[in-house]
Design a protein around this ligand. Sequence first.
Ligand SMILES: *[C@@H]1O[C@H](CO)[C@@H](O)[C@H](O)[C@H]1NC(C)=O
Ligand SMILES: *[C@@H]1O[C@H](CO)[C@@H](O)[C@H](O)[C@H]1NC(C)=O
Ligand SMILES: *[C@@H]1O[C@H](CO)[C@@H](O)[C@H](O)[C@H]1NC(C)=O
Ligand SMILES: *[C@@H]1O[C@H](CO)[C@@H](O)[C@H](O)[C@H]1NC(C)=O
Ligand SMILES: *[C@@H]1O[C@H](CO)[C@@H](O)[C@H](O)[C@H]1NC(C)=O
Ligand SMILES: *[C@@H]1O[C@H](CO)[C@@H](O)[C@H](O)[C@H]1NC(C)=O
Length: 638
Amino acid sequence: MGLLRIISALTVLAAVLGLTYGSVLNVNYNQPGHDVSPILWGIFFEEINHAGDGGLYAELIKNRALSPKRHGSNLDGYAVVKSEGVDGRIYVSRENPLNSVLDTSLRVNVDSNVAAGQRIGVSNNGYWGIPTRPDYTSYKASFYAKAVGGFTGPLTVQIESTNGSVVYATAQVPSITEEFQKYEVTLTPTPALIQTPSLDNVFTITANGPLTTNVSIFFNVISLFPPTFKNRPNGLRTDLAQKLADAKPSFFRFPGGNFLEGATIEERFAWEDTIGDIAQRPGHMGPWGYYSTDGLGLLEYLEFAEDLNAEIVLGVFTGYALNGESVPPEEMGPYIDSVLNEIEYIIGNTSTTWGARRAADGHPEPFNLTYVEIGNEDWISNDYHLRYAIFYDSILARYPQMEIIATQVVDSRPIPVIDDHFYPGFGWFPDNHRYYDNAPRNGSKIFVGEYATRDNISPEEYANTAAAMDDAAFMTGIERNSDIVIMACYAPLFGHLNNLAWQPDGIYFNGVQSFATPAWWVQHLFSVIRGDTYIPTTSDADEQKFFHVASRNSDTNTLILKMVNTDQNDIQIETVTLEGVTSTRGGTLTVLTGGRWDQNELAEPLRVSPKSQAFNVTSNSFSYTAPAFSLSILEIQL
Ligand SMILES: *[C@@H]1O[C@H](CO)[C@@H](O)[C@H](O)[C@H]1NC(C)=O
Ligand SMILES: *[C@@H]1O[C@H](CO)[C@@H](O)[C@H](O)[C@H]1NC(C)=O
Ligand SMILES: *[C@@H]1O[C@H](CO)[C@@H](O)[C@H](O)[C@H]1NC(C)=O
Ligand SMILES: *[C@@H]1O[C@H](CO)[C@@H](O)[C@H](O)[C@H]1NC(C)=O
Ligand SMILES: *[C@@H]1O[C@H](CO)[C@@H](O)[C@H](O)[C@H]1NC(C)=O
Ligand SMILES: *[C@@H]1O[C@H](CO)[C@@H](O)[C@H](O)[C@H]1NC(C)=O
């Protein structure tokens, strides 16, 4: 009685001090469990929040091909450039198509004489500004142009300040003709002018006077690229691609998401329209409020997977759009062919029709493809059992080696892998970290294809530290159950600060800068610090607040212990015991922690970011205090 009172008094005291008193954590190294899925942590990309156009896809010109499927006079991004006193206009010309796919052009009409020393032309202000950054040391500009009315050039191509008073880079196309031709120039900014990143700029193409009123100049596929990731042509933005590469993702799921389905069947991701010359890509209206150029197309996705050394997880369109339209089974033929052709484009040798097309597009080597996902979030449709069966049978008949992923549980066919999505509020992930503990071991494998804690969402609120720790708590459960949970990825990946349709996102950016949220750092750390064999752990610490998972990395002979504290108080683990280990060689402790509401932002991109230090303990037993709202990862050399 007396002793109990003392213990409970100590517990109260500990609580007042903000400590959980006297807990233990046993790491049962002597009882290794299942293999950790070798492809457990990866990434999911969807064209949402301008993740692609204006984001990862490095094209800087907005609306470069005039969005032909919008069927309007769409001049989004463009303005006429003219000297004081000059008259002229720009408009979309239907009489001067570039080709049958891009069936319009941008017309610059000269409506007054232009004297020597004056200019007229067109500007584009990009995705909320044309970026200049010290590391953008050269740009590749290209466009199609022609002129009538006696004008034969030259054209001046520039990156200049919005007010026109500073010219950062300039180049000339000496002459043009009356027929559309492609012109390319390199723009090399003057380094002294670019001390800090700036978005207060435009891209211009202009003609210099003297010109007469009869002159009209036509353009299309106006394009501007800074240096790209791995210098790929038509490539990706360096800082954003590098953040993904740094996380060493094991797989890459694309292209969506709702973006795969489209608002209507017409507006689905039609992969055939996303390959080849960008002057032959019509683009299409996406479901998130903006038109996609599809410059980031199927081959660009595949090449990025290759650059990441990541397994491809291909989402295929299977006859359902977001407006509820379903293709009836008897009309499914062309959609089945499209998916089979898509797989052939990815893995077929160059003697196959689509393998040859891939080679013509610049990639003769086939890619490896194992995982094909039939649709996206099909629990919103009511005919998935029919569509799943059709695609399951068709794909496996031609490609029996494929591993099929379903998006909803149906009983019309076996489900090798099921894709689960979670977007809960604060607190749900910690409460449900045992979600998969009792899942059947002989049933479907599980792919957690989208998840994120949604806490305090607003344009000014990005994923905060506590939300990130909620994700981390759930991820300990994913890793513990990685005999059946074979893959998991956070979503969405990206948010453009000028266009946030969905929050939170892993990585935020504007045209020149980017930062990772605490939630993305959690993803990064779980992914880059991985074992291959699960090591069971047990603890008497409060299971609502303290989460843990361990593994062994056989290559490096390391014991990895991940601990998550989702509480506002520190949690003291008085004794961490490495069962079956006599002594260690110490190692590294990496901690990600911050205040409840702490988040990163452009002005302070690394406020909440991981810090590593030497862990010098070599005994098999030690104490550890997990800071409030923290992820701690111990890598112990055995
Ligand atoms: C024009 O913009 C540049 C660069 O943004 C700036 O340095 C300059 O002061 C501006 N000039 C005027 C006249 O506003
Ligand atoms: C403009 O074009 C018309 C018809 O082609 C021609 O008669 C006229 O001389 C031209 N004007 C100028 C200023 O070149
Ligand atoms: C190319 O692929 C086709 C279809 O799978 C196959 O029949 C053919 O043998 C392959 N050719 C080569 C050279 O591998
Ligand atoms: C495909 O997989 C094979 C065998 O695992 C590997 O040797 C090859 O490098 C992979 N190819 C690509 C393009 O990833
Ligand atoms: C899985 O195992 C359980 C228990 O042994 C069994 O009842 C069930 O039929 C099995 N399911 C499958 C799909 O094999
Ligand atoms: C751990 O060991 C390293 C290398 O011997 C030393 O520099 C460091 O100060 C030690 N850290 C602690 C916390 O004792």
